[in-house]
Design a protein around this ligand. Structure first.
Ligand SMILES: Cc1cc2nc3c(=O)[nH]c(=O)nc-3n(C[C@H](O)[C@H](O)[C@H](O)COP(=O)(O)OP(=O)(O)OC[C@H]3O[C@@H](n4cnc5c(N)ncnc54)[C@H](O)[C@@H]3O)c2cc1C
Length: 445
């Protein structure tokens, strides 16, 4: 049977569902199709879904801010009376071992973009988050170099940042799309991108259904390269589905609140999970983003034992009062890294009527509402509430590489690394408890 739409979006993860919703709220006839049984079976379901705004480029700061505004006003944004998701504004703390001058300069940049940001001293960090050590000394997690803690001087804090539940947010956008007259079909695998005399004419599904449309948008996450091949689109960007791991462990309520945190001394990030009863720990190191996966349908979905052990040891360094107890769990998911500049490619390709929204490189959750907005404005010519003012051309497929800098990685990849080979600047008599625990095998596994 043949169906008709103005736009077909392939993939209804957080990016595809956001595009579909932004089109539907403008009255565009859209059908989003997804091969999964329900929302968030791809990258989105494994996402740490941290929403922070500290990036190098003002455009990316704005996009992240517009995404954060959408998640922060989720009921209003989606138009749903009782959405399942929304932003947990626990704050985002950057523990990067930076100078006060560097932190002040970045606070100023963020404030110019309306982002709530401040510089905190170690005492202020401990007032807000008593469990956190303010050590800024990088160390060697292998234990080869003795670590001596040294408090950092300044920490950038985004007080309105935080995280959202990714699966619920995805489901909310599906509901919101349908409420505005758009269609979202699950269990609907695209097996062909059909062509007519003027370019792409629609898609064919595995069950024999066909949808004709003047515009097909590839929002297929880690499967994006397969779809580009079906459409005959050659992007000349290396979009690599990459396995990324996270580990969870229990968080004792008596240790107080935790912000979402980037920690350069050991190369981890973490945030509360499960309403604060757990903590999720991931990596910000490039060495943990090297496992490219050939088949996104088949990869190891649990974290490696070595990964869990090292990241939990690093977390114990940051939270010295944490008892090494409880069984860690975790998941591994895929995100699609644009190996050229870690930014997505969005918009028209060389194939008429075939657009992409791919290569989010670990930023896709926070950016999704703004990506949907930029695409829908381009398609419909209409702008409104919650729309971004960053044009789609910023991420154009034929753009030059966007210069890659420190804060543009998933949480921030370009940190100094976990190995410390330099001098200890100021001695303290407290040797890091995580290292000694790791050496004596006391870290929870
Ligand atoms: C461990 C981890 C941590 C992360 N942390 C963060 C973070 O803190 N902050 C942040 O902003 N981002 C983060 N991300 C990245 C973010 O989650 C992704 O960028 C985002 O989820 C990508 O969404 P998507 O919709 O493009 O892809 P997906 O969620 O993968 O959706 C793609 C969809 O396409 C469908 N599909 C594929 N092929 C076909 C086909 N042929 N026919 C029909 N459907 C098809 C799939 O079923 C899938 O549902 C993280 C990701 C991971 C894995």
């Amino acid at each position: 049977m043949s169906h008709r739409a103005d736009v077909v979006v392939v993939g209804a993860g957080i990016v595809g569902a956001s595009i579909a919703y932004q089109l539907a709220r403008r009255g565009v006839a859209v059908i989003a199709v997804d091969k999964g049984k329900g929302p968030a079976e791809g990258s989105t379901g494994a996402s740490s879904s941290i929403c922070r705004c500290r990036y190098t480029h003002p455009e990316v700061v704005r996009l992240a801010f517009h995404g954060q505004s959408a998640y922060g006003n989720w009921a209003e944004f989606t138009g749903l009376d009782s959405p399942r998701s929304g932003l947990h504004s626990v704050g985002v703390l950057w523990m990067m071992g930076e100078s006060p001058a560097k932190v002040d300069a970045d606070v100023e940049k963020l404030r110019t973009a309306e982002v709530a940001a401040e510089s905190l001293g170690p005492g202020e960090v401990n007032e807000l988050f008593p469990a956190l050590s303010t050590c800024a000394e990088p160390f060697d997690l292998s234990g080869e170099t003795e670590h001596v803690c040294r408090p950092g001087e300044a920490f950038l804090f985004e007080s309105r940042g935080g995280y959202a539940d990714p699966v619920s947010a995805n489901q909310d956008l599906v509901d919101a799309t349908r409420a505005r007259g758009g269609e979202v079909w699950f269990d609907s695998r695209v097996v062909d991108v059909t062509k007519g005399p003027g370019g792409v004419s629609g898609v064919a599904l595995a069950d024999g259904e066909e949808i004709s449309a003047g515009l097909v948008i590839n929002a297929a996450g880690p499967w994006c390269n397969r779809l580009n091949t079906l459409a005959g689109a050659d992007l000349s960007w290396t979009l690599a589905p990459t396995r990324v791991q996270t580990v969870y462990r229990p968080w004792p309520a008596e240790l107080g609140p935790l912000p979402a945190t980037a920690d350069s001394s050991t190369g981890i990030y973490f945030r509360p999970e499960s309403g604060g009863s757990q903590v999720l720990v991931g990596s910000v190191l490039a060495e943990d983003e090297e496992e490219v996966v050939d088949d996104p349908d088949h990869f190891k979905r649990v974290p490696d034992a070595g990964f869990s052990e090292m990241k939990l040891a690093a977390f114990h360094h940051r939270v010295p009062g944490l008892e090494p107890r409880g069984m860690p769990t975790g998941i591994a998911g895929l995100y699609t890294i644009n190996r050229e500049d870690v930014h997505p490619v969005v918009g028209p390709t060389g194939v008429e009527g075939f657009w992409v929204a791919n290569g989010f490189s670990g930023h896709g959750f926070k950016l999704a509402p703004a990506i949907g907005s930029m695409i829908a404005q381009e398609v419909s010519g209409e702008s409104g509430e919650f729309d971004t003012d960053v044009p789609m051309s910023f991420f154009a497929v034929d753009r030059p590489r966007i210069r890659f800098r420190t804060s543009d990685s998933p949480l921030t990849r370009n940190v100094s690394g976990s190995r410390y080979h330099g001098p200890v600047h100021r001695r303290s008599d407290r040797t890091c408890s995580a290292i000694s625990s790791l050496r004596s095998g006391r870290i929870s596994r």
